[in-house]
Design a protein around this ligand. Sequence first.
Ligand SMILES: *Cc1c(COP(=O)(O)O)cnc(C)c1O
Length: 394
Amino acid sequence: MADMGEAAGQGWSDSLAGTLQQLKREGLYRARRVVETPPGRQVVVDGRECLSFCSNDYLGLANDPAVVAAFRKGAQRYGAGSGASHLISGHSVAHHALEEELADFTGRERALLFSTGYMANLGVISALCGRADTVLEDRLNHASLLDAALLSRARLRRYVHGDPAGLERCLDGTGEGRVLVASDGVFSMDGDLAPLPELAAAAERHGAWLMVDDAHGLGVLGATGAGTVEHFNLDQQQVPVLMGTLGKAFGVFGAFVAGSELLIETLIQRARSYIYTTALPPAVAEAARASLGLIREQPWRRRHLHALVRRFRSGADQLDLPLLASETPVQPLLVGEPERAERLSRKLLERGILIGAIRPPTVPAGSSRLRITLSAAHTESDVDRLLTALEEVV
Ligand SMILES: *Cc1c(COP(=O)(O)O)cnc(C)c1O
């Protein structure tokens, strides 16, 4: 028996080791870098100081003194953890206030906090859709939206990226049951915007609901920073389900879903990733409230960020760099093969510039890229240094 156990264990080890070796051979092996500083324009990774162009802290709020002070005060008042799930005893006045402020900010009736964006997407789609229903998704949607549809057991169909006509064809082919259309607002690895007005119109014509995951638009787009739906001026009727995250432009952690009273009450009753998990620490909610205050009161952060995006794009244009068409702070440089993306990322690091190489399966095969992100924390000369380094290595 002992021998058989060992043999079975050996099978596992051989199989896992084989998989890791294959990832290495294909240039797809992932390793973590150890960061010693707060996120910001300048970071120390693996002991080396560098200028960072790869965080999602688009407004430079993750280490803002007011946000950090709110976090500290929140911990002093509420302790380190929430102690329970929202439905038992973990739902604090801090969470409640943040939900009300987020509903107001996004122009929705209500908002509901989740612990992460990944969990929000899993919870929403599996609460709204089941075996009899259909979920239609953009081909380049974030992994969490795809996983959510699979978890829901609904029929999943994916339409051509950013193509309302493709969506329309899928909508024509759906049978009985409810239909949910889900799309990133700003595509996380490409930086382009979904054609939301057209998607909303198509969904409305077919009695489907549109869900927008605005992880990368919230705080960044729209006159007041309320995101892609504000940019396109789409209300709760047109986009009934809006998901936003608090770990990117908000610089903190967590996520929320905003929509009608009916939607939010349904999620409270049915979303398993909401019900069966510990509530965020209330101090995190306090930090997010402080961030929201700055997002509303300091539009200069957005203005400066968009000016940096324009400066970077015009500089890259002069250098003929193969940038994707994006007007957002996500500015991917298309490289192609994963090994080359890794090599470029390493060479940039040697020059004190930190940019991650994004490879399959995060992006389609043959479209590995350097995902450059800009932040309001950067200066114009940071952007110029980036352009110089790119000119040297690409
Ligand atoms: C980051 C991201 C998520 C997940 O949010 P987390 O709070 O980090 O779990 C979901 N959707 C998109 C489009 C994202 O970029």
